[in-house]
Design a protein around this ligand. Structure first.
Ligand SMILES: Cc1cc2nc3c(=O)[nH]c(=O)nc-3n(C[C@H](O)[C@H](O)[C@H](O)COP(=O)(O)O)c2cc1C
Length: 306
């Protein structure tokens, strides 16, 4: 029996629930030669800003016991260059959801990016990275303050001509509260988790190992925390949730689905194995066949408590 791997997500139909995560898959097209883009559910672009950004100084990525810390500083080519240089070639893969990740340091920055994305064909949805510091309001991240998160989402939703996925920061006390705030403000779906703020110290030099001092922890180390947060968020809202954080095996993906996710994103695993997203899409299908799961969508929220 071949399982039905399709999932529906805020008006999109994905061929399978496995999506490459932002910042770990370039702008998508760079992976065309490495894996079959038409075998994965979709991909999220590197975060796009209104102007190109050079990012932080090196070292900006280090390996940890079970993952990595990065402080890339949201280096990217800017939204206009993405539309001109990357998007045209991506239109060949129309059955694969191209999701544009959007960020800014003020609400107006975010809106300027969305305005430009609205003009182009070939983008399935927007993923709003709410883990950015709001430079207008003392650098506190949008996703850590309910009022700022609500304002960002309300205004982005008003402008967006495509489904709006709000990517939540895990660096909060109550993820359920933030999930509810984003839903009430008009989010069509949520994605979580982004990376956890962390610090690694070189004990010889006694200096931070990352030039930016702190960075974001991702990879297998964060998986159980991420699964817990996806479970809490999914219980709190009616809109679909995309889960991520440390997925490296098909069973990891199943855990997120059972916790309440409709789809999953794969980030750090692509650093160890550039074909990880395709391997996991295939692996999840094999897992479903082997476990008599006819439709992958039936796994969503299937966690048993009795
Ligand atoms: C090098 C690197 C760059 C990232 N850049 C972005 C980004 O631009 N926008 C964003 O929303 N998330 C970004 N992320 C976060 C990932 O998309 C993902 O949320 C996180 O790494 C957790 O998943 P994982 O453990 O599978 O990597 C980045 C992660 C890494 C490791």
């Amino acid at each position: 029996m071949k399982p039905d791997m399709r999932v529906r997500l805020c008006g999109l139909e994905l061929r399978n629930p496995v999506i490459a995560a932002s910042g770990t898959f370039g702008y998508g097209i760079e992976f065309e030669e490495i894996l079959s883009l038409d075998k994965i559910g979709g991909f999220v672009t590197k975060g796009l800003s209104r102007e190109p950004m050079p990012g932080n100084e090196a070292p900006r990525i280090i390996e940890t016991a079970s993952g990595m810390i990065n402080a890339i500083g949201l280096q990217n080519m800017g939204v206009a260059a993405f539309l001109a240089e990357k998007l045209p070639a991506l239109r060949r893969y129309s059955g694969t959801a191209c999701i544009a990740n959007v960020f800014g340091y003020t609400v107006d920055d975010y809106l300027a990016v969305i305005e430009q994305l609205n003009t182009a064909d070939g983008i399935a949805a927007y993923e709003l990275n709410a883990s950015c510091p709001n430079t207008r309001h003392g650098g506190l991240i949008f996703g850590a303050d309910p009022t700022q998160l609500a304002e960002l989402v309300v205004r982005a939703k008003r402008l967006a001509t495509r489904p709006l996925i709000v990517k939540l920061s895990p660096n909060v006390t109550s993820i359920a509260q933030m999930a509810r705030v984003a839903e009430a403000a008009g989010a069509d779906a949520l994605s979580l988790v982004n990376t956890f703020v962390s610090l690694a110290i070189d004990v010889k030099s006694r200096r931070p190992r990352i030039a930016n001092i702190t960075g974001g922890l991702s990879g297998p180390a964060i998986k159980p925390i991420a699964v817990r947060m996806v479970w809490e968020a999914a219980k709190a809202v009616k809109i679909p949730v995309i889960g991520m954080g440390g997925i490296t095996t098909p069973e990891d993906a199943v855990e997120f689905l059972l916790a309440g996710a409709t789809a999953v994103e794969i980030g750090t695993a692509s650093y160890a194995d550039p074909r990880a997203v395709e391997r996991l899409a295939k692996g999840l299908e094999t897992w479903c066949s082997g476990n008599h799961v006819e439709r992958v969508s039936e796994l969503t929220g299937g966690l048993r408590m009795e």
